[in-house]
Every structure is written in structure tokens, then in C-alpha cells.
Design a binder for this molecule. Structure first.
Ligand SMILES: Cc1ncc(COP(=O)(O)O)c(C=O)c1O
Length: 351
């Protein structure tokens, strides 16, 4: 095992808060926090800034992005209502069956390409009058960037086309934008170019933006007022919240443009991995901060175990896929170490 520090690529939520965030937390920790569910001044400042950046009337600070998604689902669906979404969406693969468990909603999944739902299939599902035996549709969910395809960006034109179908079908669109700022920075556009095509938006603060914890749900004022009640019902009315809200505000104010550095490093990692035997990856498909090579000779579990012995942690991400998430604690040197370590692991496995 290398004597060098371990580099953890398993998730971008592992990025530590910056010194400016720690300073903001220390200051806020000794101030009195608000008593009510939205009384804290740091929370209010964070929510106002999030609403502004996401182009919505209001935003609510919530513990996790999964909870933000589930609050939106609860607001728009109900027992027996269907959600139209792409078949590998996070709300299906990674939220513990919450749409059914918490809202009684059923998922009607649609095929897609690299996370973008097939528009003809969506149009048919949303607009064809359904037989009485079919569930009524409550909402459409899109995910941008799309985690299962390795942080792919749903282009703005695709989001607009989804919104157009939704408008004609009189359905709301919820955007799971856990990494929406990655999509924005990588596209060279403001986040609002994407968020304007959805009624509600969930965005993570604790991933590439390095806040210690939290996400926001943004949307129209009246819906967010209702979201406060649902957040409480789901056990998410966390208080005192000033300390972490203060850090999350620093995250929103200082860490968005920096995501470009993660994207550049993800590309460098992809270039360094692409031609290694035993692994298949097209660097042109790496659009943001996630790199998800397919292994052709080893299982992801065996690969990650051997890589861990080299001081590099990656995550099994499917039967043949592993995930490397680039974040603020991963520098150029760490990328080069990872490339060399992967080469050693694959070489040994092939020997
Ligand atoms: C696309 C997407 N949505 C939602 C989430 C959930 O975030 P959290 O872990 O804060 O619940 C994640 C987490 O990685 C994600 O990738």
C-alpha cells in the first residue's frame, strides 16, 4: 500500500467544506438561531440566493437532494398517480422506492439516450388519452446532469422540448438538478437556461459546491410554502440550521464557477484511462465531473478492492461499471496517481 494519502473518488459529496465555509460556520454557531421552520437569518439568506440563482420565486433548504425530489413528487402526485421519467433516473435507482412509499406514486419509465428521455415516447405517454385501467399521470421528472450515464448534460433544447410536451399535457416538470450547476458551467450558460423549463428544481449544495450538508427545492412561492409542511412531514424540518446554512451560502456564492476545474480534471482522467486494456471508455462522453468506465476483464468490486490497495478509492456503479467523481479535494497530482494506479491494477489482472 502506498504511503501517500488516500484519494477518494467515490462521490463528490466527499469534498470538504472550504476554510471560508468553516469560518462562516464558526461565526454562525455562536449566534442565536431562529425558532420557526424558516426563521433563521442564514437560512433565509441562503434560500433567497438559491431562488435567485435557480430563477424561481422561492427556495427551501432541505437536508438532502433526495428529500427535495420526494417533496416535489409529493406535491405533484398522490396515490395511484404516475410519474413519467427516464428509466435510470435517480428517483428510481437510488431513493429506496420513496415515490411509492411516501406518496403512493407509480413510476412509468421511458427509454432514452444518455439520460434524455425519448421525446416521441414521452409525447405519446403524456398526450395519448389513457384507458381507465391506466394510472393518471401526475408529473414529469428529468435529471440534469444525469448521474447513471456519468454526469451527462440534458441539452437546453431537450429540456425545452420536454417543457413543451408538459405544457400541452398540462403536467408539471420537476428537475432533479442535484448537479445542475455542473450542467450550467459545462455548457457556459446560466443555470436558469435549464431551470426555466421546470416548475420545481432540486439542487444539491453538498456535492461539487462543497457545503457540508444540504440541498434546496426551488419553485413558485405557493408551492414552496406547501413544501415546508411536506418537509416537516418527511422529518426534514431540521433546526438549528444557521450554522450549516451559513456554510451553504458561501458554497453558492463562491464555488459554482470552480466546477470547471473538476470538469477539466475529469477529462484528463478520462484521457488517461481511455486506452488502457481491460477498460472501455470514450473520453468524448465525459461532459462534467463524473467518469464511468466499463471494465471488460474484472468485476467492479475486485477492481475497486485492488485500486484501494493503491490508495485510490472508486465506486462500483453497475455490473461492469465503476465511478470516479471529481471534486474539490482532487488535484492534478491525484488524477495522475489514479491513472497510474489503474494501469498497475489492470496490468496485474491481465498477467
Ligand atoms: C441525480 C441525483 N439526484 C439526487 C441525489 C440525492 O442526493 P442526496 O444524497 O443529497 O439525497 C443524487 C445523489 O447523488 C443524485 O446523483
Amino acid at each position: 500500500m502506498s504511503q501517500q494519502a488516500i484519494v477518494d473518488f467515490r462521490s463528490d459529496f466527499l469534498a470538504r467544506p472550504t476554510p471560508a465555509m468553516v469560518e462562516a460556520m464558526v461565526k454562525a454557531a455562536v449566534e442565536p438561531s431562529g425558532f420557526g421552520l424558516r426563521e433563521d437569518k442564514h437560512q433565509a439568506a441562503l434560500e433567497a440566493r438559491a431562488a435567485e440563482l435557480l430563477g424561481k420565486e422561492d427556495a427551501l433548504f432541505v437536508p438532502t437532494c433526495g428529500m427535495a425530489n420526494q417533496i416535489a413528487i409529493h406535491l405533484f402526485t398522490g396515490h395511484g398517480r404516475a410519474i413519467l421519467c427516464e428509466e435510470r433516473s435517480h428517483i428510481i435507482t437510488s431513493e429506496g422506492g420513496a415515490p411509492a412509499a411516501l406518496s403512493g406514486a407509480t413510476l412509468r419509465t421511458l427509454p432514452g439516450r444518455r439520460g434524455a428521455m425519448d421525446l416521441a415516447a414521452l409525447e405519446q405517454a403524456a398526450l395519448t388519452p389513457v384507458a381507465e385501467s391506466f394510472p393518471k399521470t401526475g408529473m414529469i421528472v428529468i435529471e440534469n446532469t444525469h448521474v447513471r450515464y456519468g454526469g451527462t448534460i440534458l441539452p437546453e433544447a431537450h429540456c425545452a422540448a420536454v417543457a413543451d410536451i408538459a405544457r400541452r399535457a398540462k403536467l408539471p416538470v420537476h428537475l432533479d438538478g442535484a448537479r445542475i450547476f455542473n450542467a450550467a458551467i459545462a455548457s457556459g450558460r446560466p443555470a436558469t437556461d435549464f431551470t426555466r423549463h421546470a416548475v420545481t428544481v432540486a439542487a444539491s449544495l453538498n456535492k461539487g459546491l462543497c457545503a457540508p450538508i444540504g440541498a434546496v427545492l426551488a419553485g413558485p412561492k405557493e408551492l414552496i410554502e406547501e413544501a415546508v409542511r411536506v418537509r416537516q412531514m418527511f422529518g426534514g424540518g431540521f433546526r438549528p440550521v444557521g450554522t450549516i446554512a451559513a456554510a451553504a451560502l458561501v458554497a453558492l456564492n463562491t464555488m459554482i464557477a470552480r466546477l470547471a476545474e473538476d470538469h477539466a480534471r475529469a477529462k484528463r482522467l478520462a484521457d488517461g484511462l481511455a486506452n488502457q486494456p481491460g477498460l472501455s471508455l470514450d473520453p468524448a462522453e465525459v461532459e462534467t465531473n463524473l467518469v464511468v468506465p466499463t471494465l471488460t476483464q474484472m468485476t467492479p468490486e475486485a477492481f475497486c478492492e485492488r485500486l484501494a490497495k493503491e490508495g485510490i478509492l472508486a465506486m462500483p456503479f453497475g455490473p461492469k461499471v465503476v465511478r470516479f467523481a471529481i471534486h474539490n479535494d482532487i488535484d492534478d497530482q491525484a488524477i495522475e496517481r489514479a491513472i497510474a494506479a489503474v494501469a498497475r491494477v489492470l496490468r496485474k489482472a491481465a498477467a
